[in-house]
Design a protein around this ligand. Sequence first.
Ligand code: FE2
Length: 384
Amino acid sequence: MDTIVSAISHDNGSWVQVNLKNQTSLRFHAVWLRDNALDENTRAAGNGQRLITLADIPENTRIDSVQSNGTSLQVRLLPENIALDFPVDWLIENAYDRPTQDKPGWLHGEITTWDSHNLQQVPTGDFNAIRTNTPALGHWLENVRRYGFARLAGGPVEPGALLDVVRTFGFIRETNYGPLFEVRTEVNPSNLAYTGLGLQAHTDNPYRDPVPTLQILYCLENSAEGGDSIVVDGFRAAQRLRDEDREGFDLLSRYCARFEYAGSADVKLRSRRPMIELAPDGELIAIRFNNRSAAPISDVPFEHMQRYYQAYRHLANIIDDPAMGVSFKLEPGESFIVDNTRVLHARKGYSGAGSRWLQGCYADKDGLLSTLASIETVALEAAQ
Ligand code: FE2
């Protein structure tokens, strides 16, 4: 644990500089400290929810005095004249005094991008282990957070087993396709995913808003020739586009594309979102890429459309580059999960000999990340 060496109030008490033993310093504003006070009058003891609104905080809140005993910072704030205490670990964990990221397309350190060259092996978990062993589940989910996909082996060859995979960390996202859907050859396919054709790498259902953020594909039969699954890191692809064609990257992130699905009479799903989605501070947060459900793009100004299409083609070429894809063949009882906001999936074509039957379903990433964070918190507390 780091310790506080000294704390100095600046600018008539508008902010405090906290000097740490590790030679770094962090600055915190008085109003920020007041809003994030940890005392029981500000935060509910049971659930940690904030009990005050900003209107309860005087606009002229300022620091009257600061001191530290090394392990925590004590501040007295005026005009409320209240004393607040902040543990040094909490201050470090919640610090905002750091250089801003100025290059759009940056990613959080929990994410590692990959391609076929640097991904040493497909992250894989065991079906029974993740259902019965919390550390094994945590490890598998951590791989999903870091790489955006993970395989799961050793499951039963039973229809519906994929729902048990979701239940280990969250909830099924039911859609017009039902709680789960069948992916197998049909004579009159209503969707190209159900034929034996190869499929270009894509994210699923970009025509939904919000998109399903996780997809699970679970294999029940796979005796057909071919039909390997391929995954592509869309974040790596977007960053490659940024580095090769910055203007093209800006166009795909600045303007919305449109997506649509109207596969049956009672369904007409539409969305208007960019292919490369950035947070306002430039963080790369989502990829939408699906040639089958792309609707006419009508939100790009005329003078930029030609250039936009060049960028779209450039991104598609990167995604189709064999060096970007990692492939594996699912055996019956095996499955994989993808972060559908990041990792594209594809399928090599397969022949009519033999059969291929997968089941798919959707779920959402917030539940997965919540389960993972809970596991990590418990593990951290146990280690202390
Ligand atoms: Fe798909």
